[in-house]
Design a protein around this ligand. Structure first.
Ligand code: PRT
Ligand code: MG
Length: 224
């Protein structure tokens, strides 16, 4: 019996900035998206390419879908990828930095909090974040002892109500910090979003994935 090859490709994205910034990359590959996830509420979106569909996920779930092969490829921030690989290492190939959804990971405190002195005195610092892994590594490298408090969102609130001395969060314009009386006191790393590919998909169906990977590379270089 002749084996039928599965040409279908599933791309995992999160809605919001990553979806918006991916549209021009897809256009470079001649692909149009049939509807907006903001409007349609659909979680599976078809495209002008009958062999390509898009899954709309929570940003932090994108690496998981790709790792287990429920999606062949996906786009996720470096912030998310670092946390994911600390929890579930392996299985993801990261061929391209797409240079989209750029921001930076930073330490922020209340304007009236003397971060430098507290760190210099060697006092313990209470840090709230959803970026446990990156935060641990950052402070360990500085030799600063911290108590970590895991949060899932609205980190900016924590220093305002005495839950933490500092937060680690991604910052883009800085407007959110400013609006809440916080200041960034240390940059941890620049962040951009990367393409992640399931290793088995690449091995077994690489010929079908390659045109999309090439178009993403081209579009990324064009926009640099
Ligand atoms: O929102 P959700 O809890 O579902 O997940 P998420 O926040 O991880 O996803 P999403 O879609 O908001 O972000 C996806 C990716 O975009 C992140 O993983 C980052 O790599 C990247 N990115 C780029 C950002 C930002 N810029 C950004 N500004 N992610 C989040 N923010 C948030 C930040 O957390 C803060 O609350 O926006 C606020 C700060 O923005 P400024 O402009 O006021 O500094
Ligand atoms: Mg968000």
């Amino acid at each position: 019996m002749k084996e039928t090859v599965n040409k279908n490709i599933t791309l995992a994205l999160s809605k919001g900035r990553i979806f918006e910034d991916t549209l021009p990359l897809l256009e470079e590959a001649g692909i149009k998206v049939s509807e907006s996830p903001e409007k349609s509420r659909k979680l599976i979106i078809q495209t002008s390419d009958p062999n390509l569909r898009i899954l709309i996920l929570r940003a932090s779930d994108v690496p998981t879908y790709v790792q287990y092969g429920a999606a062949d490829l996906g786009i996720a921030g470096k912030d998310v990828l670092i946390e994911h690989s600390a929890q579930q290492p392996g299985g993801l190939y990261q061929p391209i930095d797409l240079n989209i959804a750029r921001c930076r990971l930073a330490v922020a405190v209340r304007k009236d909090f003397n971060y430098k002195d507290v760190v210099k005195q060697g006092s313990r610092l209470r840090v709230a974040t959803k970026y446990i892994q990156s935060t641990r590594e950052h402070f360990a490298a500085k030799g600063v002892h911290i108590d970590l408090i895991k949060l899932y969102g609205s980190m900016e609130l924590a220093p305002l109500v005495g839950l933490a001395d500092a937060i680690v969060d991604v910052v883009s314009t800085g407007d959110t910090l400013k609006a809440n009386g916080l200041v960034a006191v240390e940059d941890i790393m620049p962040i951009s979003s990367r393409l992640v590919v399931n290793q088995a998909s690449l091995k077994n169906r690489g010929v079908f994935l390659q045109p999309l990977l090439d178009a993403f590379s081209r579009a990324t270089n064009l926009h640099e």
